[in-house]
Design a protein. Structure first.
Length: 556
């Protein structure tokens, strides 16, 4: 911590990593070997499992590398990766890393994948593309004459058609290692450029702070094209040489208790998810009886990616205590793609000293500095909410091929503007929410997640499918509060009594009225690839006339 009473926190110098680049980390993991299932285990969409040692991962990636070079790919060029098969995706990723190519993973899931490859390929100059077996490509793409030259085929084909190429590229630590797309619903999403140094120092820092090592056993169910799955877990676990398990997100969402089934079966001690996932587990408490879970090894659950709700965390810990879950296992944290995933977290028992409105996320890890400033860029005192900015060895140098956005995203002295609001108290950081999530009602500012949390306490509301947003109900009219929600009953009608219960709950908790209640099917609530709400998209749908408002005082 630097500057007592001033909102500037310093995690200290970046730790030594012991390897010069990502490829060397994979080679080290192979050399150090180890027992107890070290390597990567994949849980497929049907629940079947396949295990891959680090040696097998390196061999497959080296074969893909041979295929990429045979096709004429040269070090430094972008290669788009899209595969619904996680083993293929990682083989393609590591093949690019070993060859000095710049992988750009693109989601292949049914919700966010369609049309995305087309937009990214066209938006980033029609680079070469590597896909998974049987991957469906939009006709608008395949009809383009440039596609034939750009498409390198599928990962499995390259892996089986070529002998391993062991002439691995030796990059500089400052060279870019991967491009990761930010969440974007339309148009071409921005691509965050992360270097080998970014990824390695972040992996080393979190490992030191949270006491992770080669004996760590992890479980992840977030997509491997996302920062959380690919970098925060997979790359870190390769850096450690640890045992890692990856499941498909849809497999868990179909039954959230599969998360705990898998953690128990694989004796995982480390996992993570955004807060909505803990809500889903809590909602299944009636199905816990008879489960043979042993959650006693689970000592590090990182809760990040969206606002952390203290009531949700406390209930999760209380419900699972009979199954051995330690009361100290939950770690609220903060990070984003631009910071190479989470760079601050702390044990919930420490964080719980704060009030219930916001949950602290701790201190920055080594290699990262954090500050909170006002609208003029001046540091604010402790306890004052301001704009969160970061700098250090874990922070991106910018968005790929996007100089305009880069000028907007960095201060003159090189700090990254996160777009989050936060405050520091007693040397501990608390993030209150996104600047674009603020709902200004009169003289008081709220965050959408606060209103959503209050509504989802009602038993007839489907958890994790509620959105609070300001809307304009008529052209030129004032902004008014709307709550979109999904009723549990599966019908899009609610009684007048239920409507009043929603309004009363929000008035009771936050002292504000809700002019518009909008029951919608859960399929109409837009989410990112890891399940975070896309509030702005739903507001646009409302204002485009795709939803009908319910006047205050009437049933929806």
């Amino acid at each position: 911590m630097t500057g007592t009473g001033i909102s500037l926190l310093d995690g200290g110098p970046a730790p030594e990593t012991g390897v010069a680049h990502l490829g060397a980390a994979l080679v080290r993991a192979v050399a150090e070997g180890g027992a107890d299932g070290r390597g990567v285990t994949y849980i497929r969409a049907d629940g079947t499992e396949v295990h891959q040692s680090y040696a097998e991962l390196l061999d497959g990636a080296s074969r893909v590398l041979a295929g990429l070079r045979a096709a004429g790919a040269v070090a430094g060029e972008k290669i788009i990766l899209q595969s619904a098969d996680d083993a293929d995706l990682l083989a393609g990723f590591w093949g690019c890393v070993l060859g000095g190519f710049l992988p750009l993973p693109v989601s292949a899931d049914a919700v966010n994948g369609p049309g995305l490859l087309e937009r990214v390929w066209a938006g980033y100059g029609r680079p070469r593309v590597l896909t998974g077996t049987g991957q469906e490509i939009a006709p608008a793409v395949t009809a383009d004459s440039a596609w034939t030259a750009a498409h390198l085929g599928d990962v499995a084909g390259l892996r089986t058609a070529h002998a391993a190429d062991l002439a691995w590229h030796e990059p500089d630590a400052a060279d870019p290692a991967v491009l990761l797309l930010t969440s974007g619903s339309t148009g071409v999403p921005k691509a965050v450029s992360l270097t080998h140094r970014n990824i390695l120092t972040r992996s080393a820092a979190t490992s030191r702070v949270n006491k992770l090592d080669a004996d760590t056993r992890t479980f992840n169910w977030m997509p491997l094209d996302h920062i959380g799955g690919l970098i925060m877990f997979h790359a870190r676990d390769v850096f450690l040489g640890a045992a890692q398990v990856h499941a498909k997100i849809q497999w868990v969402l179909e039954d959230p208790l599969r998360w705990l089934d898998a953690v128990s079966a694989h004796r995982a001690d480390t996992t993570w998810a955004p807060n909505f996932a803990f809500v889903l587990v809590n909602d299944q408490a009636g199905r816990f009886e008879g489960r043979g879970w042993d959650l006693s090894p689970l000592r590090y659950i990182m809760n990040g990616g969206e606002a952390v709700r203290s009531g949700v965390v406390r209930r999760f810990l209380d419900l699972l205590a009979p199954y051995g879950l330690p009361a100290t296992a939950m770690f609220p944290g903060w990070g984003m793609s631009e910071t190479t995933a989470g760079v601050a977290d702390c044990q919930f028992t420490e964080a719980a000293a704060g009030d219930d409105r916001y949950v602290p996320v701790g201190r920055p890890q080594p290699g990262t500095r954090i500050r909170v400033v006002d609208e003029h860029g001046t540091l604010v005192p402790w306890g004052v909410t301001g704009r969160l900015q970061v700098t250090g060895s874990t922070i991106t140098s910018g968005y790929h091929d996007n100089p305009v956005q880069n000028r907007q995203s960095f201060t003159e002295d090189g700090w990254f503007k996160t777009g989050d609001l936060a405050y520091v108290e007693n040397g501990i950081l608390t993030v209150t929410g996104r600047t674009d999530d603020v709902i200004q009602l009169g003289e008081i500012a709220y965050h959408g997640h606060e209103i959503e949390a209050a509504v989802e306490e009602l038993d007839f509301i489907e958890p994790s499918y509620t959105v609070a947003s300001l809307v304009t109900a008529e052209p030129g009219g004032p902004e008014e509060l709307a709550v979109f929600f999904s009723p549990r009953a599966g019908t899009l009608t609610i009684t007048g009594e239920q409507g009043e219960r929603i309004r009363e709950r929000v008035r009771e908790r936050l002292g504000v009225d809700v002019p518009h209640l909008l029951p919608v099917d859960r399929s109409e609530i837009p989410k990112t690839g890891i399940g975070k709400l896309r509030r702005a998209q739903l507001r646009k749908s409302f204002e485009d006339g795709l939803a009908s408002a319910v006047p205050a005082g009437t049933a929806a």
